[in-house]
Design a protein around this ligand. Structure first.
Ligand SMILES: NC(=O)c1ccc[n+]([C@@H]2O[C@H](COP(=O)([O-])OP(=O)(O)OC[C@H]3O[C@@H](n4cnc5c(N)ncnc54)[C@H](OP(=O)(O)O)[C@@H]3O)[C@@H](O)[C@H]2O)c1
Length: 222
């Protein structure tokens, strides 16, 4: 029988289940770590992005698709056939916007159409009620427009019959992968106010491989 590279990798990785993961926001800070780690772990990846030219990574297990995050039909076609969607999407604006909510609604529709149920979504720690003094100061000031839009994005994903996990990290850094971050269900780990993008990505890849927080909102922090 003729063997292709993919078959031999499946045999090589027989201890670990190889996943077909589609990554949204793959050109961003967390997204780039997701690409790198996902490939290192032997997974088959699709990066669904608006700016494919921003991705320098080339790999035979990486498929780069140019697509619109606000077009449910196009997104559904790309999501079909994957085991899970990992979203690190996030507009940088802190002004009034409904982009996050619209994205959440489009993603929920696309997932419904595609039949894929598993999704992880990066949100933000300021949606927790207990967020420490600094977060409590920023939420009604700097983040006053962003917070309701992000909460609406979460609601769009939570209201459909999906196997969702929502991640709420505090301030993100470009620090190294530590693997020593803490994870808490429904709250921010005590005094947690920072985590590296690499650690968030590592949590997401682990959670894709071994789901442990389905239909949970998780707080992550160092
Ligand atoms: N910064 C923090 O301290 C912090 C803390 C907690 C949570 N978060 C959340 O975590 C998210 C991910 O963090 P990050 O550092 O990885 O963000 P990032 O580097 O800004 O990446 C955001 C990603 O979203 C994509 N994107 C933004 N607007 C888009 C649009 N209108 N259409 C299509 N794609 C769009 C970007 O694509 P392009 O490359 O094409 O622009 C990029 O791939 C943030 O966006 C935020 O929601 C951030």
């Amino acid at each position: 029988m003729q063997r292709n590279v993919w078959q031999s990798e499946i045999e090589f990785n027989e201890e670990r289940k190889i996943m077909r993961l589609i990554i949204l926001g793959a050109t961003g800070g967390i997204g780039q770590h997701l690409l790198q780690m996902g490939l290192e772990r032997g997974h088959q990846l699709t990066a669904y992005v608006r700016s494919p030219n921003k991705i320098s990574e080339q790999h035979h297990r990486l498929n780069i698709v140019s697509g619109d995050l606000f077009n449910a039909g196009a997104m559904a076609r790309s999501i079909t056939g994957h085991d899970a969607v990992l979203s690190a999407f996030g507009p940088t604006t802190i002004r009034t916007t409904t982009l996050r909510r619209e994205f959440g609604r489009t993603l929920a529709t696309a997932m419904h159409e595609s039949g894929v149920r598993r999704v992880q979504l990066v949100s933000a720690a300021f949606l927790f009620s207990k967020i420490g003094m600094f977060g409590a100061l920023l939420k009604p000031t700097l983040f006053r427009f962003m917070a309701p839009d992000m909460a609406a994005m979460e609601r769009e994903i939570m209201k459909v019959e999906l196997e969702w996990t929502i991640l709420r990290p505090p301030r993100l850094t470009n620090g190294p992968l530590t693997r020593s971050y803490r994870v808490a269900d429904g709250e921010l780990p005590p005094s947690g106010n920072v985590i590296s993008r690499a650690d968030v990505a590592e949590f997401m890849i682990n959670e894709a491989e071994t789901p442990a927080h389905i239909r949970r909102i998780v707080g992550l922090a160092r």
